[in-house]
Write a protein that binds this ligand. Structure first.
Ligand SMILES: Nc1ncnc2c1ncn2[C@@H]1O[C@H](COP(=O)(O)OP(=O)(O)OP(=O)(O)O)[C@@H](O)[C@H]1O
Ligand SMILES: [Mg+2]
Length: 330
């Protein structure tokens, strides 16, 4: 059984400014499953709804964000939860950090700027594990830190004294102290240069390989997914348009949007110019009907303007939501 099953999820921001109400349909009909022991990559341009989706998945929804419809169900080793109906107390006590860790976009958020790293570890360990005596606590944290290859002195520093890469490693170390079933990392390496980036991703990969848990890695950077993810999902304007094992999505993308993204990747030695797509991703407060990609799609058909394409499963565990495929089958 899947670790996480998301079904037909819709989550909107409902705001009211000067009496004018506005609905941003940031997640609009997403279904996906995360398996145990895999790195699942979620990609898509800025503002397509990646962070909103993981806010719902991780149970960190705050107004004006609201879930309109759908299911978010987890099956952990010994118990299951319905994320949309769990009590905040149950979530805090039994799920957060222990089963699901969420490394938020911008790593500073988890580290308190006026406290040493060790104090943040102390707060988290004592809150979620119950009281530990100081010596046992220090032993646990030092062992964890050294297993991840971090120097022990980072514990005595303040967050501003750490480099960006080190800060991100510390955030990952914090997120993994209880060996959670799912680690969600939102753009963990976006602010880092490529060399540092590689080290941070390597660390995430090693942690996953050792504990066989699940990592949901969110980044717009396809090169990162190519190197790290087992499967990749491509989001466009609040919906998943394609999902497949990594090599398949890079070698044989089926959705015109995915094909465009992959064709735009730079390749060494290839100096030919890259075709760009007309237009820009839609405003999610007023998205186009039918397939949201249709205004930019080079293969647009009449049906695309009116009907939302259903997700179809193709051989090789490739899922694609595009009318072209259904047309081809008729
Ligand atoms: N608090 C909010 N109130 C209203 N709209 C919001 C709010 N937060 C996000 N949005 C809107 O929801 C949409 C999806 O945003 P989201 O942050 O999920 O995108 P993203 O894919 O994570 O982008 P990025 O790659 O830039 O992080 C955007 O149109 C954004 O403007
Ligand atoms: Mg984001």
């Amino acid at each position: 059984m899947a670790l996480l099953s998301v079904q037909n999820l819709r989550a909107y921001y409902r705001t009211e400014v000067y009496g004018i109400s506005r609905i941003v349909r940031a997640v609009d009909g997403v279904s996906l499953e995360l398996q145990r022991n895999e790195i699942y990559g979620l990609a898509g341009e800025s503002s397509c709804g990646k962070t909103t989706l993981i806010k719902v998945i991780s149970g960190t929804i705050k107004p004006p964000l609201r879930v309109e419809e759908g299911k978010v169900h987890y099956q952990f080793g010994s118990f299951e939860i319905d994320m949309l109906h769990i009590s905040p107390e149950d979530l805090r006590r039994n799920v957060r950090w222990k089963e699901i860790s969420y490394i938020m976009q911008g790593s500073m958020s988890v580290l308190n700027p006026v406290r040493r790293v060790i104090t943040t570890f102390y707060d988290i360990v004592t809150t979620h594990q119950g009281y530990t005596d100081r010596k046992a606590f220090l032993g646990q944290v030092r062992a964890h830190i050294s297993k991840l290859g971090l120097p022990p002195d980072v514990l005595n520093l303040y967050p501003h004294q750490l480099s960006g890469g080190m800060r991100q490693r510390v955030a990952i170390a914090l997120a993994t102290i209880f060996q959670p079933s799912l680690i969600i990392a939102d753009e963990p390496t976006t602010a880092l240069d490529v060399v540092v980036q590689r080290g941070v991703l390597q660390m995430l990969k090693e942690i996953q390989a050792e504990s066989n848990n699940t990592v949901l890695l969110v980044t717009h950077d396809l090169a990162v997914h190519a190197n790290v993810a087992d499967r990749v999902a491509i989001m466009y304007a609040g919906r998943i348009v394609e999902e497949a094992p990594t090599s398949l999505i890079f070698n044989a993308p089926r959705h015109p949007y995915t094909q465009h993204l992959i064709r735009s990747l730079p390749m060494i030695g290839d100096r030919s110019s890259r075709a760009s797509l007309p237009g820009a991703p839609p405003n999610l407060a007023n998205p186009p009907g039918g397939c949201r990609f249709h205004p930019r799609c080079p293969h647009v058909m009449d049906i695309c303007r009116v009907e939302v394409p259903e997700m179809m499963t193709l051989p090789g565990n490739q899922r694609v939501a595009c009318h072209l495929l259904a047309e081809g089958r008729r």
